[in-house]
Design a protein around this ligand. Structure first.
Ligand code: AMP
Length: 598
């Protein structure tokens, strides 16, 4: 029954007492966004006043915004490299944060080809848990009855390493799932998953996925929502079902677990719940054996009310495929977060993906916004732009997010471009526009133009002995395959037609490109299977000139025309694909180990 709470009037009547508290918290925090921001900055600067970093910039204990803004520079990850290196190498002094650095979170952003290492402190787990605890109270406003069923969520841990100084380095979600906050979470009827901890925490990605899928099938009638963190992860689960349904249905039919599942705690759990159920096996087999998989999610998990996956930003490319497999179920994007800091949530999670706006929660960090007005001619500005505070951003304008966190990042550029769509009380709401400098992304990989250029250069060395060079190239993230893969279009210039590179050589070029790409890409290829083999499509001579003619016919200036290094506009794709003379796939996995190269 809905509980009346005058303070949650803007959002709607909460579903239960606990939700009332959460909605009240959202209302309070967003209503006093500026004073909360003041408090957050004061707390961060007070507790860290003796750190080496703040001392270096002579803050002298000041905690007010003006002094902070006048003394502290705006920085990127590269600027922090020396400090991060020292922490990684075991320097335990208060360099960035007065609280001890508990571990490094390995961001999917990269620096020199390796994942960025973001220092974090223990209490940040509480802040992450707090943001998670707000999601279901908001969702319950829009979708009633979720306490009567379960969520089928595909959640995974990834490999972790230790830095030379002994600190753990792992992705933020791995850190969260392995924490007591997650493992020993109290029972909450609105947050019951079909996947047991034993499956989520199993480090072997095949066994983990298999067990999670099996549990989801066994409890199919209870499943009310299906999700993963990112859209790409949910599609990987569907692909997994496509490949493994014969064995999964056999397990259900016989009650005997696939012998490939060897993890002892996982087996122990599964042996307890797996009983022969020929009727269920037949039902799943009936759906999966059809050639047409359209709407498969809704056919197997018939009570699903929505898919809980992020489909904003780079993940928007998966919306048509998700619609296809789900039969058009609503897509809910609930939160916006990063390794550096969790930012905020979507207060209207059942809206269309194109309408998604995230409300930044002012208690999570101190937020500033760098106006993003790309100068049309690319000239540097006369004076540095002024950063704007959270409550002062303007609707319709774009900004780059800059954060100051409890863990010790000060005026740090996250690299995300956001557009203000409105306000909830005095807290702004943002449309995620894009991440700066990302050309290609399939899963959590982010490849920029310089990385792609380097990869093409490295691969094209293999063409030298054929007197052939790459005259032009562009790229495309092909998400029609599951997993998606990078496609690189090459126009080649060969001096001797009798000695042109063979299929074998071009395959090796694909692999050489993969070897040159960053470690997040290679991990996706090798460990997570979230990215398929890279493909080179060789196009006819003159294709890139045609591409330029096309752009000019659509109004591009001939003087300023630059070959786009990534394409996704359908007519251009059609033009390129119609000129393909041969296509070649990487024949092997590139090199990847959890250890960092440096
Ligand atoms: P990571 O560095 O691996 O923690 O990735 C964090 C980045 O993922 C953010 O800075 C965003 O670029 C992206 N991201 C996270 N949440 C969302 C979201 N809801 N929509 C779009 N992009 C997101």
């Amino acid at each position: 029954m809905a509980v009346d709470s005058p303070l949650s009037s803007q959002l709607g009547p909460p579903a239960c007492e606990r939700d009332a508290k959460a909605l009240h918290f959202i209302e309070e925090t967003t209503s006093h966004a500026d004073s909360v921001q003041d408090r957050v900055l004061t707390e961060i600067l007070t507790r860290n006043s003796q750190t080496e970093y703040l001392t270096r910039f002579k803050l002298n204990g000041a905690t007010d915004r003006e002094t902070f803004k006048s003394k502290l520079p705006i920085i990127t990850y590269e600027d922090l490299q020396p400090e991060i290196h020292r922490i990684a190498n075991g320097d335990r002094s208060a360099i960035l944060s007065a609280h001890p650095i508990s571990e490094f979170l390995t961001s999917s952003g990269t620096s020199a080809g390796e994942r960025k290492l973001m220092p974090t402190i223990k209490e940040e787990l509480d802040r992450r848990r707090l943001l998670y605890s707000l999601l279901m109270p908001v969702m319950n406003l829009y979708v009633p009855g979720l306490e009567r069923g379960k969520g089928l969520y595909f959640l995974f841990v990834k490999s972790e390493t230790r830095t030379p100084g002994g600190l753990l380095a792992r992705p933020v979600l791995t850190s969260y799932y392995k924490s007591d906050h997650f493992k020993t979470r109290p029972y909450d009827p609105y947050n019951v998953y079909t996947s047991p901890n034993e499956a989520i925490l199993c480090p072997d990605s095949f066994q983990s996925m298999y067990a999670q899928m099996l549990c989801g099938l066994l409890q199919r009638q209870q499943v009310l929502r299906v999700g993963a963190v990112f859209a790409s992860g949910l599609l990987r689960a569907i692909r997994f079902l496509q490949l493994n349904w014969p064995q999964l249905t056999q397990d259900i039919e016989t009650g005997a677990l696939n012998p490939k599942l060897t993890d002892p705690s996982l087996r122990e759990y599964m042996d307890k719940i797996l009983k022969p159920n020929p009727e269920l096996a037949e039902c799943v087999r009936h759906e999966c054996s059809k050639d047409n998989w359209e709407g498969i999610i809704a056919r197997i998990w018939q009570n699903t009310k929505y898919l809980d996956v992020i489909v904003t930003g780079a993940m928007a490319q998966y919306i048509p495929t998700l619609d296809y497999y789900s039969g058009g179920l609503p897509l809910a994007c609930t939160m916006y977060a990063s390794s550096e800091c969790y930012f905020g949530l979507n207060l209207n999670p059942m809206c269309k993906p194109s309408q998604v706006s995230y409300t930044i929660m002012p208690n999570m960090a101190y937020f500033e916004f760098l106006p993003h007005e790309p100068d049309s001619f690319g000239f540097p500005r006369a004076s540095p732009p002024k950063l704007v505070d959270l409550v002062d951003v303007e609707v319709g304008k774009e900004y780059e997010l800059v954060i100051t966190t409890y863990a010790g990042l000060y005026r740090y550029r996250v690299g995300d471009i956001l557009r203000v769509t409105g306000f909830h009380n005095s807290a702004p709401q943002f449309h995620f526009v894009r991440r700066k400098n990302v050309l290609l992304s399939i899963d959590s990989d982010k490849t920029d133009e310089a990385e792609l250029q380097k990869a093409v250069e490295n691969a094209s060395r293999l063409l030298r002995e054929f007197n052939t060079s790459v005259v032009e190239y562009t790229s495309y993230a092909d998400t029609r395959t599951i997993p998606g893969h990078y496609v690189i279009y090459w126009e080649l210039l060969g001096k001797e037609s009798a000695n042109s590179p063979t299929d074998e050589v071009l395959k090796q070029c694909c692999l050489a490109m993969e070897e040159s790409l960053n470690s997040v890409y290679r991990q996706g290829r090798v460990a997570d299977n979230s990215i398929g083999p890279l493909e080179i499509r060789v196009v006819k001579n003159g294709t890139f000139e045609e591409l330029m003619d096309y752009a000019i016919s659509r109004g591009a200036s001939i003087n300023q025309y630059k070959v786009p290094r990534c394409v996704n506009f359908t007519p251009i794709m059609e033009l390129l694909d119609s000129r393909v003379v041969s296509s070649h796939f990487s024949p092997a996995s590139p090199h990847w180990t959890p250890e960092r190269r440096r």
